[in-house]
Design a binder for this molecule. Sequence first.
Ligand SMILES: [Mn+2]
Length: 267
Amino acid sequence: MTRLPNLASLPGRSVADPAGEALFISDLHLSPRQPQLTELFLHWLATRARGAGALYILGDLFDAWIGDDDDSFVDVEAGLAEVVKGGTHCRLLHGNRDFLLGRRFARRTGIALLRDPTRITLAGEPVLLMHGDLLCTDDAPYQRFRRRVRNPLVRWLFLRQSLDRRRQMAANYRQQSTRAMASKTAEIMDVNAATVLRYMCRYRVRRLIHGHTHRPADHTLQLDGVPAHRHVLADWSPTIGEVLVSGDGSLAREAVRPLGVATACAG
Ligand SMILES: [Mn+2]
Protein backbone atom coordinates (compact mmCIF):
# COMPACT_ATOMS: atom_id res chain seq x y z
CA MET A 1 0.00 0.00 0.00
CA THR A 2 1.37 3.43 -0.93
CA ARG A 3 0.38 6.31 1.30
CA LEU A 4 -0.27 9.55 -0.52
CA PRO A 5 -0.30 13.16 0.74
CA ASN A 6 -2.92 14.04 3.32
CA LEU A 7 -6.10 15.38 1.73
CA ALA A 8 -6.92 17.54 4.71
CA SER A 9 -3.72 19.56 4.16
CA LEU A 10 -5.20 21.06 0.99
CA PRO A 11 -7.70 23.93 0.79
CA GLY A 12 -11.32 23.15 0.01
CA ARG A 13 -14.88 23.41 1.22
CA SER A 14 -15.86 21.00 3.95
CA VAL A 15 -18.86 19.51 2.18
CA ALA A 16 -19.33 15.88 3.03
CA ASP A 17 -19.69 13.41 0.19
CA PRO A 18 -21.14 10.02 1.20
CA ALA A 19 -19.65 9.14 4.58
CA GLY A 20 -17.10 6.34 4.86
CA GLU A 21 -14.59 5.10 2.37
CA ALA A 22 -14.77 6.02 -1.29
CA LEU A 23 -13.42 3.46 -3.76
CA PHE A 24 -12.21 4.38 -7.26
CA ILE A 25 -11.75 1.91 -10.08
CA SER A 26 -11.59 2.05 -13.88
CA ASP A 27 -10.48 0.16 -16.95
CA LEU A 28 -11.55 -3.32 -15.96
CA HIS A 29 -12.48 -4.02 -19.58
CA LEU A 30 -14.85 -6.82 -18.57
CA SER A 31 -15.59 -9.13 -21.46
CA PRO A 32 -17.28 -12.51 -22.00
CA ARG A 33 -13.89 -13.62 -23.37
CA GLN A 34 -12.33 -13.27 -19.88
CA PRO A 35 -14.58 -15.02 -17.36
CA GLN A 36 -11.86 -15.07 -14.68
CA LEU A 37 -11.65 -11.29 -14.76
CA THR A 38 -15.42 -11.02 -14.26
CA GLU A 39 -15.10 -13.53 -11.38
CA LEU A 40 -12.35 -11.44 -9.77
CA PHE A 41 -14.50 -8.32 -9.98
CA LEU A 42 -17.68 -10.03 -8.72
CA HIS A 43 -15.81 -11.45 -5.74
CA TRP A 44 -14.36 -8.04 -4.94
CA LEU A 45 -17.82 -6.46 -5.23
CA ALA A 46 -19.34 -9.02 -2.87
CA THR A 47 -16.59 -8.66 -0.27
CA ARG A 48 -14.41 -5.54 -0.21
CA ALA A 49 -16.83 -3.13 -1.90
CA ARG A 50 -19.73 -4.07 0.40
CA GLY A 51 -20.56 -1.33 2.84
CA ALA A 52 -18.18 1.25 1.39
CA GLY A 53 -19.57 4.79 1.42
CA ALA A 54 -19.13 5.24 -2.32
CA LEU A 55 -17.91 3.36 -5.36
CA TYR A 56 -16.79 5.43 -8.33
CA ILE A 57 -16.28 3.64 -11.64
CA LEU A 58 -14.32 5.95 -13.92
CA GLY A 59 -15.02 4.36 -17.27
CA ASP A 60 -14.23 1.28 -19.33
CA LEU A 61 -15.82 -1.08 -16.82
CA PHE A 62 -16.74 -3.05 -19.94
CA ASP A 63 -14.48 -3.74 -22.88
CA ALA A 64 -17.47 -3.05 -25.10
CA TRP A 65 -21.02 -1.98 -24.32
CA ILE A 66 -23.23 -2.21 -27.38
CA GLY A 67 -26.51 -1.13 -25.79
CA ASP A 68 -28.60 -1.63 -22.66
CA ASP A 69 -30.61 -4.36 -24.43
CA ASP A 70 -27.52 -6.65 -24.45
CA ASP A 71 -27.73 -9.24 -21.66
CA SER A 72 -24.09 -10.43 -21.79
CA PHE A 73 -23.35 -8.96 -18.35
CA VAL A 74 -26.41 -9.76 -16.23
CA ASP A 75 -24.15 -11.22 -13.51
CA VAL A 76 -22.15 -7.98 -13.30
CA GLU A 77 -25.35 -5.91 -13.20
CA ALA A 78 -26.67 -8.12 -10.39
CA GLY A 79 -23.41 -7.76 -8.44
CA LEU A 80 -23.52 -3.98 -8.77
CA ALA A 81 -27.19 -3.89 -7.76
CA GLU A 82 -26.34 -5.82 -4.58
CA VAL A 83 -23.69 -3.27 -3.61
CA VAL A 84 -26.18 -0.45 -4.18
CA LYS A 85 -28.78 -2.30 -2.07
CA GLY A 86 -26.19 -2.57 0.70
CA GLY A 87 -26.20 1.24 0.94
CA THR A 88 -23.11 2.12 -1.14
CA HIS A 89 -23.49 5.10 -3.48
CA CYS A 90 -22.37 3.77 -6.87
CA ARG A 91 -21.49 6.27 -9.56
CA LEU A 92 -20.14 5.71 -13.03
CA LEU A 93 -18.77 7.92 -15.73
CA HIS A 94 -18.40 6.62 -19.24
CA GLY A 95 -15.20 5.37 -20.83
CA ASN A 96 -14.48 5.26 -24.54
CA ARG A 97 -15.44 1.56 -24.60
CA ASP A 98 -18.70 1.79 -22.66
CA PHE A 99 -20.05 5.26 -23.44
CA LEU A 100 -23.34 3.65 -24.52
CA LEU A 101 -24.17 2.64 -20.94
CA GLY A 102 -27.56 4.25 -20.56
CA ARG A 103 -30.65 4.80 -18.48
CA ARG A 104 -31.84 1.21 -18.52
CA PHE A 105 -28.47 0.01 -17.19
CA ALA A 106 -28.66 2.72 -14.52
CA ARG A 107 -32.18 1.65 -13.53
CA ARG A 108 -31.31 -2.05 -13.38
CA THR A 109 -28.25 -1.49 -11.19
CA GLY A 110 -29.16 1.62 -9.20
CA ILE A 111 -25.95 3.28 -10.38
CA ALA A 112 -25.92 7.04 -10.99
CA LEU A 113 -24.36 8.07 -14.30
CA LEU A 114 -21.99 11.03 -14.06
CA ARG A 115 -20.84 13.50 -16.69
CA ASP A 116 -17.19 13.50 -17.72
CA PRO A 117 -15.70 15.49 -16.03
CA THR A 118 -17.45 15.58 -12.64
CA ARG A 119 -16.29 17.52 -9.61
CA ILE A 120 -16.84 15.91 -6.21
CA THR A 121 -15.78 16.68 -2.67
CA LEU A 122 -13.53 14.21 -0.97
CA ALA A 123 -12.57 14.72 2.68
CA GLY A 124 -13.53 18.37 2.25
CA GLU A 125 -11.42 18.85 -0.87
CA PRO A 126 -12.75 19.44 -4.40
CA VAL A 127 -11.57 16.64 -6.67
CA LEU A 128 -12.11 16.28 -10.41
CA LEU A 129 -13.05 12.88 -11.84
CA MET A 130 -12.55 12.02 -15.52
CA HIS A 131 -12.22 8.91 -17.63
CA GLY A 132 -9.05 10.41 -19.10
CA ASP A 133 -9.50 10.19 -22.85
CA LEU A 134 -10.43 13.89 -23.02
CA LEU A 135 -6.92 14.62 -21.70
CA CYS A 136 -5.19 12.83 -24.60
CA THR A 137 -5.35 15.80 -26.95
CA ASP A 138 -2.11 14.91 -28.76
CA ASP A 139 -4.05 12.09 -30.41
CA ALA A 140 -6.04 14.19 -32.87
CA PRO A 141 -7.46 11.26 -34.91
CA TYR A 142 -8.81 9.72 -31.69
CA GLN A 143 -10.45 13.00 -30.61
CA ARG A 144 -12.14 13.25 -34.03
CA PHE A 145 -13.33 9.65 -33.72
CA ARG A 146 -14.62 10.38 -30.20
CA ARG A 147 -16.71 13.32 -31.40
CA ARG A 148 -18.08 11.30 -34.28
CA VAL A 149 -19.24 8.23 -32.29
CA ARG A 150 -20.77 10.35 -29.54
CA ASN A 151 -22.88 12.30 -32.01
CA PRO A 152 -26.54 11.57 -31.06
CA LEU A 153 -27.48 10.64 -34.63
CA VAL A 154 -24.56 8.21 -34.96
CA ARG A 155 -25.50 6.62 -31.63
CA TRP A 156 -29.14 6.35 -32.65
CA LEU A 157 -28.22 4.70 -35.95
CA PHE A 158 -25.90 2.25 -34.16
CA LEU A 159 -28.49 1.29 -31.54
CA ARG A 160 -31.05 0.57 -34.27
CA GLN A 161 -28.89 -2.29 -35.62
CA SER A 162 -29.48 -5.86 -34.46
CA LEU A 163 -27.43 -7.09 -31.48
CA ASP A 164 -25.47 -9.44 -33.76
CA ARG A 165 -24.65 -6.62 -36.15
CA ARG A 166 -23.60 -4.36 -33.24
CA ARG A 167 -21.39 -7.15 -31.83
CA GLN A 168 -19.73 -7.47 -35.23
CA MET A 169 -19.22 -3.70 -35.47
CA ALA A 170 -17.70 -3.60 -31.96
CA ALA A 171 -15.31 -6.43 -32.88
CA ASN A 172 -14.27 -4.59 -36.05
CA TYR A 173 -13.71 -1.44 -34.04
CA ARG A 174 -11.52 -3.34 -31.57
CA GLN A 175 -9.33 -4.60 -34.42
CA GLN A 176 -9.03 -1.16 -35.98
CA SER A 177 -8.21 0.38 -32.62
CA THR A 178 -5.47 -2.21 -31.96
CA ARG A 179 -3.94 -1.47 -35.37
CA ALA A 180 -4.17 2.29 -34.85
CA MET A 181 -2.54 2.04 -31.41
CA ALA A 182 0.36 0.02 -32.84
CA SER A 183 1.23 2.94 -35.12
CA LYS A 184 1.04 5.60 -32.38
CA THR A 185 3.84 6.49 -29.98
CA ALA A 186 3.40 6.12 -26.22
CA GLU A 187 3.60 9.92 -25.83
CA ILE A 188 0.74 10.55 -28.25
CA MET A 189 -1.49 8.15 -26.30
CA ASP A 190 -0.71 9.71 -22.91
CA VAL A 191 -2.31 12.82 -21.45
CA ASN A 192 -1.25 16.25 -22.64
CA ALA A 193 0.24 18.21 -19.70
CA ALA A 194 -1.27 21.55 -20.78
CA THR A 195 -4.72 19.97 -21.16
CA VAL A 196 -4.47 18.54 -17.64
CA LEU A 197 -3.70 21.99 -16.22
CA ARG A 198 -6.52 23.55 -18.24
CA TYR A 199 -9.10 21.16 -16.80
CA MET A 200 -7.79 21.56 -13.25
CA CYS A 201 -7.91 25.36 -13.55
CA ARG A 202 -11.36 25.41 -15.12
CA TYR A 203 -12.81 23.20 -12.37
CA ARG A 204 -10.73 24.82 -9.62
CA VAL A 205 -9.26 21.64 -8.22
CA ARG A 206 -5.81 20.64 -7.06
CA ARG A 207 -6.54 16.95 -7.39
CA LEU A 208 -7.59 14.91 -10.40
CA ILE A 209 -8.40 11.20 -10.58
CA HIS A 210 -8.67 9.46 -13.94
CA GLY A 211 -8.01 6.21 -15.78
CA HIS A 212 -7.85 5.34 -19.48
CA THR A 213 -4.09 5.45 -20.09
CA HIS A 214 -3.33 2.24 -18.14
CA ARG A 215 -0.33 3.99 -16.60
CA PRO A 216 -1.07 3.91 -12.88
CA ALA A 217 0.89 6.58 -11.05
CA ASP A 218 0.56 9.46 -8.60
CA HIS A 219 1.88 12.60 -10.23
CA THR A 220 2.62 15.86 -8.46
CA LEU A 221 2.51 18.92 -10.67
CA GLN A 222 2.68 22.67 -10.19
CA LEU A 223 -0.52 24.65 -10.58
CA ASP A 224 0.03 28.42 -10.11
CA GLY A 225 3.19 27.58 -8.21
CA VAL A 226 1.40 25.30 -5.75
CA PRO A 227 1.60 21.49 -5.82
CA ALA A 228 -1.36 19.64 -7.33
CA HIS A 229 -1.97 15.93 -7.75
CA ARG A 230 -3.00 13.66 -10.60
CA HIS A 231 -3.81 10.05 -9.72
CA VAL A 232 -4.00 7.60 -12.62
CA LEU A 233 -5.97 4.43 -11.93
CA ALA A 234 -4.70 1.01 -12.98
CA ASP A 235 -6.31 -1.30 -15.51
CA TRP A 236 -7.30 -4.80 -14.31
CA SER A 237 -6.30 -8.25 -15.51
CA PRO A 238 -7.64 -11.67 -14.44
CA THR A 239 -4.73 -12.00 -12.01
CA ILE A 240 -4.66 -8.52 -10.46
CA GLY A 241 -6.77 -5.43 -10.07
CA GLU A 242 -6.28 -2.19 -8.20
CA VAL A 243 -8.46 0.23 -6.26
CA LEU A 244 -7.73 3.74 -5.09
CA VAL A 245 -9.19 4.05 -1.61
CA SER A 246 -10.04 7.35 0.03
CA GLY A 247 -10.64 7.22 3.77
CA ASP A 248 -9.44 8.94 6.93
CA GLY A 249 -8.23 11.90 4.87
CA SER A 250 -5.72 9.91 2.87
CA LEU A 251 -5.56 8.05 -0.42
CA ALA A 252 -4.08 4.58 -0.80
CA ARG A 253 -3.76 2.00 -3.55
CA GLU A 254 -5.01 -1.47 -2.77
CA ALA A 255 -4.38 -4.61 -4.84
CA VAL A 256 -7.21 -6.98 -5.76
CA ARG A 257 -6.13 -10.60 -6.13
CA PRO A 258 -8.00 -13.77 -7.04
CA LEU A 259 -8.82 -16.16 -4.23
CA GLY A 260 -5.96 -18.50 -3.35
CA VAL A 261 -3.25 -16.59 -5.19
CA ALA A 262 -1.58 -15.26 -2.05
CA THR A 263 -0.83 -18.77 -0.78
CA ALA A 264 0.01 -20.12 -4.24
CA CYS A 265 2.69 -17.45 -4.64
CA ALA A 266 4.19 -17.80 -1.16
CA GLY A 267 7.86 -18.70 -1.31
MN1 LIG B 1 -10.39 4.11 -21.99
